[in-house]
Structures are given as C-alpha cells and as structure tokens.
Design a protein around this ligand. Structure first.
Ligand code: ADP
Length: 742
C-alpha cells in the first residue's frame, strides 16, 4: 500500500473509524454484483442491518448473487434486517431546487437507517449508488458534496458505507483530478479485478516495453488506501511517460482477455487444473469441487498425476511428457481420477503445455467426467454380448429342431429359416432360400390358401394352420402341415409371419394305408358275415326239414341233437346279423345334414321300444335335448342302444330312465341314467368292445350294442364312457364335438 499522506482535497475528510469504500466498476456489472453481494452477505451474516440504495437491475443482480432472490430476501426485508431503496428516487427525495438538502438527507437516509433492525451490538452497513448517479449526470461537485454529507452522517450513525462509480480504470477519466477528489472522500478503494489479475495484466504490458516490472515511484499520494494495481496506473504517466498510453491499452486487452478466459474456465463443466513450473497445482477451477468434491483449494500444491489411478499413471505420464515437449500441444487420454471421497471416476482428459502463454504460464489439465458414458458403454457392451449369446442359443435351438421354423414377409419372401427348413426345401445353402419367395414351391392347388393365410397375419389376423403340398428345390414332393402366427416388434407392429412347419408326408401315407386296411377289413367282415348267412339259413332249414319228414323214425336223443343244432345255428345267425349291423353302423342316407334334433330322435326311440317299456312298466324321462352334430340314424342308434340297455339291465325294481344333456362351447354331452344293476368298476372299459358282455344266455344280447355306440361316437371324434351312480344303477354318457363332420 502506498503511504497515505493527508492531502486535503475534500471539505470533510473521511473519519478513520468508519470504513467508507469505493469501487470503480467501469461497466463490469458482474464484478460489481459479486463484490457488493459479498459485502451485503457478510453484513447479514454478522447480524448487521443492511441498507442498499441501488438501481433495480443492480439490486436484483446482487440478491441473485447471494442467493436471496426468493423467500430469503422477502424475510430479511420484512424483518427490516435489509432495506432496499431505489437510487434515483431516493436521490430525488433529498434534492430541493436542484440542490442536495442535508435536512432531507437526514430525513430520508437517517430515517431508513433508524428503521434497520440488526442484532443487538451488531453494526450497520450501507451500499449506495446515488453518488454514481450524480457522476453519470456529470454533476461531479454534487457527487463530492453527497460524499461529504455521507461522511458526516457515517460518523454520527456509526455506519459503514460502500459506494460505486461507473468509472473504468483503463480510461483517461480515472487519472483525472475529479476521480482523485472522489477517491479522497473514501477510506478505501476496492480493487477493480479479482485475484490480482489487473496487476498481472499491467505487469505483462509493462514487460512488453522493456521487461520492467518495477513500479514507478508513487505519485500524488491519496488519503484513501489505493490498491497497488490502480496506483500503478495512476503513476504510469510519470514512471514510463513514453509508453504509458500504449501500456494502458495493452494492459486493458490482457486484463479483458484474462477475464474472458476466467469466465470460460469458471463456467466450464470440466475440471481445469493449472500446474506451475514446479509441477504443483496452482489453480483448480470451481468445477473441481462439483465434480471431484474437493474444497476450492483442496488440490492446490498437489501433483496432477497423483490424482490419477495408479494403473493409469504411466500412460498419462507419457501423454504429459509429450505435451511438455511441445508447447500448445494437447495430448488426450482416458483415465480414472480420484474423488475427495476416495472413489474413482472415469474422465476424458487432456494435458496442454501453456507455459509460454503469459495469461496461464503452466501445464493445463482438463478433465471431463465420463463415468456415465463409460457405464453406459459397459452396459451396452454387456447387453450386446448377452443378446449375441441368446441369439446363438436360439439359433442352436432352432437348428436342432426337426420342424422347419421360418419367418416370411408379406410377399412370402423368406426372412429367416432354420436348418430343418432348408433340408425340407432341399436347399444346400441358406442363400438359395433367404430373400426368395416360397410361393412358387407350393402346389398350385394350395398356393392361394397359403398366400391368404400368410397375408392375414400382416392385416391383424392371429394366423392359423394349413396342410399343403410343396415341391422341393430338387423336385421331391412332400406334404407339410404349418402353423402360422404374427411376429411382433414392439406392441403391434407385425414384422413377419412366423411359422413352424412339419413334414407329414409319411404320416399321411400311413393314415391312408390304415384307412385302406380298415376299409378292406370292413369289406371282408361284411362279405364274410353276408355270405355266412346263406349256409346258416340252410343248416336251420334242412335240420327242420329233417325233423319234419323223418322225425317219426328218430329217437329222443336224435331230436335233442337236432334242436341243439338249430339253436346253435340260430345263435350264429344273430351273431352274424349283429356283425353286419356293426359293419354297417356308420352307413347313413345320402344328402342328409349331420345335425339332428335329439328330441325327435328320442321320440323314434320310444316308439321303437314301446313293447319293452310297456312290459317292464318303466318310467322313461327326457329333458329337452339340444341339436346334436350327427346324422339322425346315428343319434337314434345311440339313444336306442343306451335306453334299451337301461331297461334290460334292471335289478327287479321298476326301471327308471332319465336322459339329460350338458352343452359347452366346443361340445355337447348326453347322459342316460338308470336305476339298474350297475357296471363293476373293472368292467367299465371292456363292455364297449365287440361281443363283450357280462351276462350269460339268461339275458338276451350279443354284446354288440355298446360297440356300435363306441364306433359311432369315435367316428365323430367324441367319447363314450360309463359312470356309476351314487345309489345304484349306471349312467352312460357320450360327448360329440361341435364341428362339422362330412
Ligand atoms: P348286450 O346288451 O347285447 O349284452 P351291449 O354291448 O349293449 O351288449 O352291452 C354289453 C354289456 O354291458 C352287457 O352285457 C351288460 O353286461 C353291460 N351293460 C350294458 N348296459 C348296461 C346297463 N345299463 N346297466 C348295467 N350293465 C350294462
């Protein structure tokens, strides 16, 4: 600090007890807001009452800076810890006839200060811009007068004051006597720059002109404490007169460049560290605290390389050596950097040698936090790896399947096909098939249906199944059965028709052979039974003729032999008739529909069985029955066989027979319940076989009735069984599926 030799340039010199500071902010509104915010915040923190007399813009900038823009400010104002006044209108209030009026000042400012409510024992402080307003208006005399009024007031009010003038230290104005007079009314001139950057700029500019860092001797010592940098400017004309103007111009340029550079660094999301020639961190940007959690000066004095993960150091040292060898060259690297809490984060770093850049003068390390990006990359790699593995598994699975699995596009083009599919199409390589349409390979008669099914899944259909014939690439003709379903991407975008196709050529051939064999057997049985009727009839006829004509000549034993012969032959006759009935049981009239009103069929049954019903005194009840999906002859046959058995296998009581039905979505079940002798559990399957019965001759019958029922029901794809009743008797039930049968 320069020695303060009292020089009376003001009417009332500042009182040494009360700090009266001044800042020349020269248009640097940000610097002003930062400094005043510090001043106001310190006051409030110490419990002082604070008076702010500023323009509305400056007031809000200051409050924003201290983070009091919200409720905090309102509360401080409500409690009168903080009083905010508008500079211009307050100035008007204390002006009478164009002159500042001490009484009005006392009233306005004195009144406001009296209203301030600080903590007991705490001081009071004010920030004022009214003098700056007067200066701006060019009314320098009024500004000085107001400063004098303030000085008197400060002493009596025990107040600290901070004034601001929009004066630029780089402009000639700063060196005018008017400014000197203004400064003289204060106890302190607040430094214009931050952290000595103004001084650095001046030193650098002076060095440009002869490398002189020496300060010129102090001139016109002021009553106020003036910072070294501002004092240097004031003394420049005298100390280096030949270069003073140019030095000031350069100093301003350097100063503003550094300010811009500082603003960039301070607002950067990156961590920026500057290492000095001793390899120690000299500067760490504010983001060091944000990103790495260190206190602002927590890393200063340390070596940049020591902040890195031990495993990354050798690599980064190499990059640093490269950078050090080449001025202004930036070497990049990725490395882990340690946080204050000991955790490592991944950073994209660069090191640049800016030792020769006077504004920096060191090695600059720049780090960008890429932990999230690294994590995302790792996650992506992991999910890609898993996806690839899953795809491989799926492919292996598909390729090991005996069925053809394929995905077709809307036009039948093959998007994907597994190994079995290629084999089924007789393709040697996937290229022969992928991207090509399958339609031409499909038999002409099946092609339209195949195409319609394939297209339907792209139009919102659920797919379905189909049998079709296909000709392989080498000409083999096969029959396939396929099930097609839509393949979705997302919720409702169909990207393909997915199908599983099975070669059923062999099954079809086996089925045809079986059908053929069955038919032959059927024909054989029918022919045998039919042809046996004639000789049996002859046996009966001639045995009876023998008895009639030669009966008188034969003894009793011979008559008995003859009657056994006739009885056996008659029995054989009924067996043959039953066999014929069995082979014909599926016959039906042509042009009839396979749909029968079961109530009508039941009426026929009652008519056919009326003798048995009447003679047994049976009660035969029938609930209303539904339509049955079968031909009428078959329905009559079923109901009649079951009802007649229910009458026949009675247990001495009066027979009670009940017919009922249950309908479900896909089928219908008919039940015939009786109160007869019941069927032993171990015989319930057996009785549906041909000629299988549980009774001797005492009960008429051949064991063909249930076999016929079984044959009919099975023909329709249904099922027949017997249940035993709780009390006694049995319930015979059959189910017929509700689908058209040809
Ligand atoms: P059949 O009545 O000519 O013997 P079925 O094929 O109709 O031949 O019946 C086979 C056997 O099943 C019968 O012999 C009888 O033992 C048994 N059965 C059939 N219906 C009933 C019934 N309602 N109650 C008890 N047993 C029955």
């Amino acid at each position: 600090m320069s020695s303060v030799e009292q020089q009376s340039v003001s009417q009332s010199p500042p009182c040494a007890h009360h700090k009266h500071s001044v800042q020349l902010y020269g248009g640097d509104e940000r610097l002003l807001a930062v400094n005043v915010a510090k001043y106001v915040a310190t006051g409030l923190r110490q419990g002082e009452g604070v008076l702010v007399i500023a323009s509305p813009e400056h007031t809000s900038a200051i409050l924003n800076q201290i983070g009091l823009s919200g409720g905090g400010a309102v509360q401080a104002v409500e409690e009168n810890r903080l009083i905010l006044l508008d500079a211009r209108s307050t100035l008007d209030l204390m002006t009478k006839d164009g002159q500042l009026d001490t009484a009005l000042f006392q009233e306005t400012i004195g009144g406001a200060v009296a209203r301030l409510r600080g903590m007991p024992g705490a001081g009071r402080r004010a920030y004022g811009e009214m003098v700056g307003v007067l200066w701006e208006r060019g009314d320098i005399a009024a500004a000085i007068r107001l400063e004098d009024i303030w000085n008197e007031f400060l002493t009596s009010a025990g107040l600290e004051l901070y004034c601001a003038y929009p004066i630029n230290v780089f402009e000639a104005e700063f060196q005018s006597t008017a400014v000197q007079k203004i400064i003289a009314t204060h106890t302190h001139l607040i430094p214009t720059g931050e952290d000595g950057d103004l001084q650095r700029a001046i030193d650098r500019a002076m060095a440009d002109f002869g490398g002189e860092h020496k300060r010129p001797p102090a001139n016109s010592p002021l009553s106020a404490a003036v910072p070294e940098a501002e004092q240097t400017i004031l003394d420049l004309n005298r100390g280096m007169p030949e270069h003073a103007g140019e030095i000031l111009i350069r100093a301003r340029r350097y100063y503003e460049a550094e300010k811009r550079f500082r603003a960039l660094i301070e607002n950067s999301a990156d961590v920026i560290l500057v290492e000095n020639s001793r390899g120690e961190i000299e500067y760490a940007s504010p983001s060091t605290a944000r990103v790495l959690g260190y206190a602002p000066d927590g890393v200063t004095g340390r070596k940049a390389i020591d902040l890195l993960h031990p495993d990354d150091r050798a690599r980064v040292k190499q990059a640093a050596a490269e950078a050090e060898a080449n001025a202004f060259h930036a070497s990049s690297f990725d490395a882990r950097i340690v946080r204050n809490d000991g955790e490592y984060i991944w950073a994209e770093g660069s090191v640049t040698n800016l030792s020769d850049e006077p504004a920096v003068g060191g090695i600059v390390w720049n780090y960008r936090d890429i932990t999230e990006r690294k994590a995302a990359e790792d996650a992506l790699r992991e999910s890609e790896r898993r996806l690839a593995a899953r795809e491989r598994h799926l492919q292996t699975l598909l390729d090991s399947m005996p069925d053809c699995v394929k995905v077709l596009d809307r036009n039948g083009g093959v998007l994907q096909m597994n190994r079995a599919g290629l084999d089924m199409l007789e393709a040697d390589t996937a290229e022969q098939v992928i991207g090509k349409s399958v339609y031409p390979a499909i038999a002409e008669g099946d092609r339209a249906r195949f195409q319609a099914l394939n297209e339907s899944v792209f139009d919102g259909g659920n797919g379905g199944s189909l049998e079709f014939t296909i000709r392989g690439l080498k000409g083999a003709q096969r029959i396939f059965e396929t099930r097609v379903a839509p393949l979705y991407e997302g919720r409702d975008t169909v990207v393909g028709a997915l199908s599983a196709t099975r070669d059923i050529t062999d099954r079809k051939a086996a089925e045809a052979a079986l059908r053929q064999a069955n038919e032959s057997l059927q024909q054989f049985a029918y022919a045998a039974a039919h042809d046996l009727q004639e000789p049996i009839r002859n046996v009966i006829l001639y045995t009876e003729l023998l008895s009639k004509r030669y009966g008188g000549q034969l003894d009793g034993l011979a008559h008995e032999f003859m009657s056994v012969t006739v009885e056996g032959a008659r029995r054989m006759q009924t067996l043959i008739e039953d066999l014929l009935a069995y082979t014909r049981s599926l016959d039906r009239p042509e042009h009839e529909q396979p749909l029968t009103d079961a109530n009508e069929a039941f009426r026929d049954v009652v008519a056919n069985l009326h003798t048995a019903i009447d003679s047994s005194g049976a009660e035969v009840l029938c609930e209303p029955l539904p339509q049955l999906p079968a031909y009428r002859a078959h329905v009559v046959q079923l109901l009649q066989n079951l009802t007649s058995n229910a009458l026949k296998y009675r247990d001495g009581r009066r027979p009670h027979v009940e017919l009922s039905s249950v309908e479900r979505a896909g089928d219908v079940t008919i039940r015939v319940r009786d109160n007869g002798i019941g069927v032993p559990a171990d015989q319930r399957e057996r009785i549906f076989g041909v000629f299988k019965r549980l009774h001797g001759r005492d009960v008429p019958g051949n064991g063909i009735g249930l076999a016929i029922c079984h044959r009919i029901v099975t023909h329709y794809g249904g099922r027949i069984w017997v249940e035993s009743n709780e009390g006694a008797g049995s319930t015979f039930a059959f189910t017929l599926p509700r689908r058209a049968v040809s």
